[in-house]
Design a protein around this ligand. Structure first.
Ligand code: PEP
Ligand code: MG
Length: 592
């Protein structure tokens, strides 16, 4: 809820997901989504409203025909025909008649009449048993959003890649594909109404070093385009019309952070060794091959997670083998001799290539994603694995499979790698025959069978973002249950320990590439549990190193022993926080 202060400031609180402070003008991306005005009209305005409604239908039809034309060119008529159902909605006489009747009889504006009628239709369709009809509800909502956009004068959506001036973006949601397009020069910060710390949008904000807040419920209803605001990504606060006093206090915080940054820069090139001489490897998570350059200067000892799905989104067709080969080769060359762990395509969940690649699912995070998708789309898996194998001669490349939930998936994936090695050998194309292969441990089932998995891989990487969501049955995207998303839940602590123990038995390396690894309050716990490597967004690595160099392994082990006996997530968290704060208090001085 927004708090209005007597000073004239309005304060809205959310979940902080990317550190930093910024100030500037607000740009709201999808206000129309929430504010369907209900306006009573007079008899003389009825004809005009019906006219506006009919004009919006025509505009939407033209827009859909254009989308269809473009899809036919790129993908052929088969795929483009999915828009036929959308076009039919626009011509449905009972729907059109009803909207006109509501305008005439209830004397309300066109957008309100249209929204009310289509919401009623969609809700009724969504309830029926029949799958086909249920899908029509999604078509109805999609078309309805387009018509409303025209009625509200929305025109084309804002292109985040081409902003004319610096601004703070406010949006109901920002998909990973929209975030990937962001113009980093002109987006000072962003805040979304939904989402959580481990949504991919938040992960990208940290990687871009853009201050960000999520879970700012209904913020766009109280904000106006052009409002002046200060966004505090340390504490999750958006302040509209900040007073001079507030700006001054934030100035002090920013200066404190700047001087900390300087100290952190010194830690960058030093190894992460604890006070009692225990070495932890620090590596980077990247989303683009071109990020490899940045990794070199971030203090990382290689890349522990390359999220290759960003090569696939924001385009109609997947990249072919050659294009992928060039991207992997370029990154490997930049990083060598440091390792580059290439995660095979983790499409699905909140990362969609386009609505065509993966149909709408009831539970996308439990659905057709990652390795499940690749094992059923051999042409996509083949192009990627061959590209990785070909690039492996250039540098220190490793293959990592996402979302393994059973042994069969791992053995099938390994069999594909073996098959493509044979193909390449026959074709006389070189590759690293000893290329290491690893599995992400991000489902509870995988963590519980790590003894079996460990016999078939050279490394594990704990994907704690998903491991937490699946173990605790807490959607990582949902801000309403964000308080239940507890990285220090005893179940998570035990699954991490079990993974480390199984790995030790088979001399398998254990990394953590989920957001836990970049959270300085949790680093002591992870080190104590015995992981070998922490992989996080490049801007976070300096503070992780700074902290590790001030910790003692023996203290972290004591913490882990306590955590393994404890029944309380809160207690484990507060002990880990206390240890981190004792070791490096300056890292936690983020209050203004
Ligand atoms: C994870 O699940 O922790 C992980 C690193 O993968 P992603 O966040 O891309 O799902
Ligand atoms: Mg994951």
């Amino acid at each position: 809820m927004a708090e209005r202060l007597h000073t004239g400031e309005t304060i809205i609180r959310g979940i902080p997901v990317s550190a930093g402070v910024c100030k500037g003008k607000i740009l709201i991306l999808d206000k129309s989504h929430h504010t369907i005005e209900h306006r009573a009209i007079s008899e003389t305005e009825v004809a005009r409203e019906i006219n506006r409604f009919q004009h919006a239908l025509v505009q939407t039809r033209e827009q859909l025909l254009e989308v269809q034309r473009q899809l036919t060119l790129s993908l052929g008529p088969g795929q483009a025909s999915i828009f036929d159902a959308h076009l039919l909605v626009l011509e449905d006489p009972s729907l059109i008649d009803e909207v006109v009747r509501v305008i005439e009889q209830k004397k309300v504006n066109a957008e309100h009449a249209f929204h009310t009628v289509t919401e009623r239709y969609s809700a009724a369709l969504a309830k029926v048993e029949d799958d086909y009809l249920r899908e029509r509800a999604a078509d109805m909502r999609d078309v309805s959003a387009r018509v409303l956009n025209h009625l509200l004068g929305g025109g084309d959506p804002v292109d985040l890649g081409k902003l004319s001036e610096p601004c703070i973006i406010i949006s109901h949601d920002l998909t990973p594909s929209k975030t990937a397009q962001i113009d980093r020069k002109n987006v000072l910060g962003f805040a979304t109404e939904i989402g959580s710390r481990t949504s991919h949008t938040a992960i990208m904000a940290r990687s871009f070093r853009i201050p960000a807040i999520v879970g700012l419920k209904n913020a766009s209803e109280v904000l106006q385009n052009g409002d002046y605001a200060l966004l505090d990504g340390f504490n999750g606060v958006l302040i509209i019309n900040p007073t001079d006093q507030t700006l001054f206090e934030y100035g002090v915080l920013v200066r404190k952070q700047d001087s900390l940054e300087e100290k952190l820069r010194d830690a960058l090139q030093q190894p992460a060794i604890t006070l009692d001489n225990h070495r932890v490897f620090i590596s980077a998570n990247i989303e683009q091959a071109t990020d490899a350059e940045r990794v070199k200067n971030s203090g990382a000892e290689g890349v522990g997670l390359f999220r290759t799905e960003y090569l696939f989104i924001n385009r109609e067709l997947p990249p072919n083998e050659e294009e992928q080969y060039q991207a992997y080769r370029q990154a490997a060359e930049t990083l060598k001799p440091d390792p580059l762990v290439i995660r095979t395509l983790d499409l699905g969940g909140d990362k969609l290539m386009s609505s065509l690649a993966i149909p709408h699912e009831m539970n996308p995070f439990l659905g057709w994603r990652a390795i499940r998708y690749c094992l059923q789309h051999e042409e996509i898996f083949r192009a990627q694995l061959r590209a990785i194998l070909r690039a492996s001669v250039v540098g220190n490349i490793k293959i990592m499979y996402p979302m393994i939930s059973g042994l069969d998936e791992l053995t099938q994936a390994n069999a594909f790698v073996a098959q493509y090695k044979i193909e390449l050998r026959k074709e006389g194309i070189p590759f690293d025959d000893k290329i290491e292969v690893g599995a992400m441990i991000e489902t509870p089932s995988a963590a519980l069978i790590t003894d079996a998995l460990a016999k078939r891989v050279q490394f594990f990487s704990l994907g704690t973002n998903d491991l937490i969501q699946y173990t605790l049955a807490v959607d990582r995207m949902n801000e309403k249950i964000a308080h239940l998303y507890e990285p220090t839940h005893p179940a998570i602590v035990r699954l991490i320990k079990r993974t480390v123990d199984a790995a030790r038995q088979q001399k398998v390396w254990v990394s953590v590439c989920g957001e836990m690894a970049g959270d300085t309050t949790l680093v002591p716990l992870l080190i104590g549990l015995g992981v070998d490597e922490l992989s996080a967004a490049p801007p976070l690595l300096a503070q992780i190193k700074f902290l590790v160099r001030r910790l003692k392994l023996s203290d972290t082990q004591e913490l882990a022993a306590f955590a393994l006996e404890s029944e309380s997530a809160t207690e484990i968290l507060s002990r880990s926080v206390a240890l981190a704060q004792r070791a490096a208090p300056s890292l936690f001085d983020t209050k203004k």
